[in-house]
Structures are given as C-alpha cells and as structure tokens.
Design a protein around this ligand. Structure first.
Ligand code: DC
Length: 229
C-alpha cells in the first residue's frame, strides 16, 4: 500500500494473542515503523534486575527510574532497544525480563515516563504501536485501533509451541497458568490496566492464521483511510 498521509495504528491485547508478530508483518506491509512498547518495559525490568532492585517494590523501582536511559532505534527497519549505549534487544526476551516488565509496568511514574517517550517517538510519523495501552493512552487519536485477542487456551498453546520450537522444555499447564496470571496482572493493575478502547475493532484470532489477521488489519486501515479521504 502506498500511503502519503500520516496515519497511526494502535494494537492492544493480552499476552500471546500474536501482537508482536502480527504487528511486525502489518508494519512491513505498510512500510512503516513498528514500536514494540513491551520491549521498553522489559528494558526497565532488566535494568532493575541487574541493579538488585526488587521489581515488586514499586517505590524502590520508581526511585531509580530517572537513572534508566531507554532508547529505541531502527536498524534496517528493525527495532533495537537500548539501555544507555547497550543494545539489549535479545537480553530482554527472557521469561525473567518479561515477569520483571509485568511487575514494573504497574508503577504510575514508570508508565508516565514510558508513555512520554512513546509519544515522542511516534509523533508526526506513520507508525504502528503495539502494547497494552496503545489505543487507550499512547495514541488516543490513532487512525485505527485494534484489540487483538484469542481464547486463553489457544494463546497458551501458541506460547507453548513457540518455546518447544526454541528447544526449551516446558509443560502446557504451566504455560497456561502463566498466561492466566499475566492477564490478571495486566488487566487488574490500578494504572492503565489492559482494557479494550471504546473505539477499537476487536479481532479474535482464535481460529485465524497469522496472515489472515494481518490481511484483515491492512484492509481495515484501507477502509479507514478511504473514509477519511
Ligand atoms: O508484550 P510484552 O510481553 O513484551 O510485555 C511485557 C510486559 O510489559 C507485560 O506484562 C505488560 C507490560 N506492558 C505494559 O504494561 N504496557 C505496554 N504498553 C506494553 C507492555
């Protein structure tokens, strides 16, 4: 698609719904940057873990927050997440960093700083932002808001297959329980809980392939842009 108009897409939804991979593919099709905001919370989590801060102690986390220098750069169209001058893009992909991200993301000051940076990065350019608050907080005026979800058992199955594919040993029931726990954390936190934006289009991917989801989102954007023309 050749777009001259600046547009933005916000994709929210629970863990394991396929946000990251779908967002990568949609952004590539549309030739725009994809801002993976979860990576930024993971980098904050990693910083706290490395510095011996208890990630569940939000006052301790927030007291150190001004030291955390997160940067996002695009290298060959791919997002690289930096902690200071160190590229931590791979290091933040562990289960431990994900759990730490989930814990620190409950902090109001942590979220304020992340949202400010995310809004700065997405200002004035066509971008796809994925996260848990992309449509509700980061891009309240997004051209298109998607709430991407799937049945929790299907999300757990995808996570399980992904881990087995990476050569990890895990048990499906543990992965399912982790997903249920992560949903509970993300949906019940006091600050910016994961909720569906009122004007979001719900895409339930339980019975859809990744490419069907991608095509649907691209088609929804085309409709939206045509309606605005
Ligand atoms: O999408 P992910 O697994 O990389 O996200 C890691 C954690 O970060 C997730 O538990 C919730 C949190 N997060 C958030 O609170 N807000 C966002 N915009 C993105 C992620």
């Amino acid at each position: 698609m050749n777009n001259e108009k600046v547009f933005s897409i916000a994709i929210d939804g629970p863990c394991g719904a396929g946000k990251s991979s779908v967002s990568d593919d949609v952004a590539a099709k549309l030739n725009v940057m994809h801002l993976d905001t979860g990576a930024m919370y993971r980098a904050v989590g990693l910083y706290m873990l490395r510095n011996g801060v208890d990630v569940k102690d939000l006052s301790a986390v927030e007291a150190r927050m001004d030291e955390v220098k997160i940067d996002v750069r695009y290298e060959m169209g791919e997002q690289k997440t930096y902690l200071g001058s160190e590229d931590v893009s791979k290091l933040i992909r562990t289960q431990e960093a994900g759990d730490a991200a989930s814990a620190v993301s409950k902090g109001a000051y942590v979220r304020k700083k992340m949202v400010e940076l995310q809004q700065l990065l997405s200002k004035g350019v066509s971008m796809l932002v994925d996260g848990r608050d992309a449509g509700t907080c980061i891009l309240p005026d997004a051209t298109l808001k998607i709430y991407l979800t799937a049945d929790v058992r299907e999300r757990a199955r995808r996570r399980y297959d992904e881990r087995i594919g990476k050569g990890e040993t895990c048990n499906y029931d543990d992965v399912l329980n982790e997903c249920i726990e992560r949903d509970k954390n993300d949906m019940t936190r006091a600050v910016s809980p994961l909720v569906q934006a009122e004007d979001a289009v719900v895409v339930d991917s339980t019975h859809m392939t990744q490419s069907e989801v991608v095509d649907k989102i691209v088609a929804l954007l085309s409709e939206r842009l045509e309606a605005m023309a």
